[in-house]
Ligand binder design. Structure first.
Ligand SMILES: [Cu+2]
Length: 176
């Protein structure tokens, strides 16, 4: 069945796309609460794609642990909170109820880890565009973010151990 095989290949390629990295810094986004959002970006995808992913960092400047419960964007019918799990060498994406953000700490949404899945795309995000997202946190409430659309090429997969926040879940603000 040629159709089935093609679909399978697209799915495999898509997962690779979502696992490969991109750590380009974006300007700080505005905030209204104890949660600040940094470096938000949405992955550029081919025109026939029905889904993409969004990545960003959350900094929690409050003494209360928080969590991202849900998100919305005008360009997608559904936004899910996902993580990536490895099972016997196979990476796969899995929905999670929420994404935790420790008190006086940070959480990183990045390829290969937590991310937002933009499903049922009404409009395919292209390079140069900006996607607006509304994030709903348990305590911080509603936080609006503008995320530029960026490409993450496969060559980024060879670059390991880069990045200012380098996978660390803790973040010292020196003001707690
Ligand atoms: Cu996903």
């Amino acid at each position: 069945m040629k159709i089935v095989r093609t679909t399978y290949l697209i799915a495999a390629g898509l997962i690779l796309l979502f696992i490969s990295g991109c750590t380009t810094k974006a300007p700080e986004h505005h905030h209204h609460t104890g949660i600040r959002v940094y470096d938000a970006w949405v992955r550029a995808v081919p025109p026939n794609m029905k889904m993409t992913a969004a990545y960003m960092s959350f900094h929690n400047h409050s003494k209360m642990e928080d969590s991202l419960l849900s998100a919305e964007t005008p360009i997608a019918g559904v936004v899910e909170t996902h993580t990536v799990e490895e099972n016997k060498g196979v990476m796969s994406m899995k929905p999670v109820d929420s994404i935790p953000v420790p008190a006086n700490g940070m959480q990183e949404l990045k390829p290969g880890g937590f991310h937002l899945m933009l499903i049922q795309l009404k409009q395919v995000p292209k390079m140069g565009e900006t996607v607006s997202l509304v994030l709903n946190f348990k305590h911080a409430g509603r936080v609006e973010v503008s995320a530029p659309v960026k490409e993450s090429s496969m060559k980024n997969m060879k670059h390991k151990g880069h990045g200012d926040h380098g996978g660390s879940m803790k973040h010292d603000h020196n003001n707690g």
